[in-house]
Design a protein around this ligand. Structure first.
Ligand SMILES: C[S@@+](CC[C@H](N)C(=O)[O-])C[C@H]1O[C@@H](n2cnc3c(N)ncnc32)[C@H](O)[C@@H]1O
Length: 313
């Protein structure tokens, strides 16, 4: 019996539920809308594809799943008519191909799969597909993302980060996992750096991203999600950096720290977050806010300055 089933969400969209972890993918707007809003539009994929540069656009699709995000990128690329177009090179990561097999068996339920059934079958068998026009290359890396990343030779310009939620897939949302991902990103000095998008807005996730050395911003709303998260190796790639209001909420939050930071290390990591370069405008506030939030703690006025991040951990 399959671990997956087709469901209709409250908005009428057809999606897939993983019965084991009890999560509906792209709930409630459905896979096509979320893939396009959160990943394609927000990353300005089409604009990037017509930049006057020679290099391929390398896109990491983390959590291939039902291939909605990857296919949205392929549709966007193939619909472009500009002659000077960069090649799109998607590298998809997946540790359980059952969802893709289930999707393919139920291809009729999803309009965006029409015409791509053969591509998906080839990808499943050969782990590689190229569009007949040569404008899309699609590779599949099977296995645990955090392990296969060690062997990955390509460096992404964009990352669509779409594992299951932290509640059921926590190892993909830790400080350790984001440090590993950050170490594989393009340097900020490179032409585009690396910019990443995800649906989670959880405070421990954003704290982990800051501590891993990313710049972090409020991502666009989609469906019932008021916002999502964008993060990058470059501050200028973030359209809406985390706000003073976010910093204020973080200071008062009971979940300030990444999932894998232990209670005994808490003060060190809180200082590091206050010292993140992106928090500079609010740094003078942090002492007061921290004193108010942690009245029992000895807090020195300049402790956040001392903790400024000078290197990627
Ligand atoms: C929410 S689904 C992805 C949906 C997909 N992006 C789409 O557009 O249809 C999450 C996927 O991440 C995969 N995943 C979770 N942890 C992973 C890991 N450590 N390495 C690789 N894939 C992982 C799951 O097997 C699942 O297929």
């Amino acid at each position: 019996m399959s671990d997956f089933e087709l469901v209709k969400t409250s908005t009428g969209a057809v999606s897939i539920r993983n019965k084991v972890v009890n999560e509906i993918m792209h709930n409630p707007v459905g896979p096509w809308r979320e893939a396009n809003d959160l990943y394609i539009e927000q990353s300005k994929l089409r604009v990037r594809l017509v930049e006057p540069v020679e290099s391929d656009l390398v896109l990491f699709d983390v959590g291939l799943g039902a291939a909605s995000n990857a296919l949205a990128a392929i549709h966007a690329c193939l619909a472009l008519t500009e002659s000077a177009q960069r090649r799109l090179h998607i590298v998809s990561f997946e540790n359980n191909l059952e969802l893709l097999r289930f999707t393919l068996e139920n291809a009729n339920a999803f309009d965006h799969l029409k015409g791509f059934e053969e591509a998906l079958s080839i990808l499943l068998v050969s782990h590689h597909w190229e569009s007949p026009c040569g404008r899309v290359i699609w590779d599949l890396r099977e296995g645990d993302f955090l392990e296969v990343l060690d062997q990955e030779k390509h460096v992404p310009e964009l990352v669509f980060y779409d594992p299951y939620s932290p509640a059921v897939n926590q190892d993909m949302w830790t400080l350790a996992s984001f440090k590993k991902l950050r170490a594989h990103c393009a340097t900020p000095e490179s032409i585009f750096g690396t910019t990443l998008y995800t649906y989670s807005v959880a405070t421990p996730v954003r704290a982990a991203l800051l501590l891993a050395g990313f710049f972090v911003g409020h991502g666009i709303a989609t469906g019932l999600k008021n916002e999502t998260t964008q993060f990058s190796t470059r501050l200028d790639a973030i359209t809406d950096p985390l706000s003073k209001a976010w910093f204020g909420r973080w200071v008062r939050s009971k979940n300030q720290l990444p999932y894998d930071v232990s209670f005994v290390e808490a003060d060190v990591y809180r200082d590091l977050i206050c010292g993140h370069a992106q928090m500079t405008p609010w740094r003078s506030l942090s002492g007061e806010l921290m004193k108010a939030a942690f009245p029992g703690r000895k807090w020195t006025e300049n402790s956040s300055e001392q903790a400024e991040i000078t290197e990627i951990l």
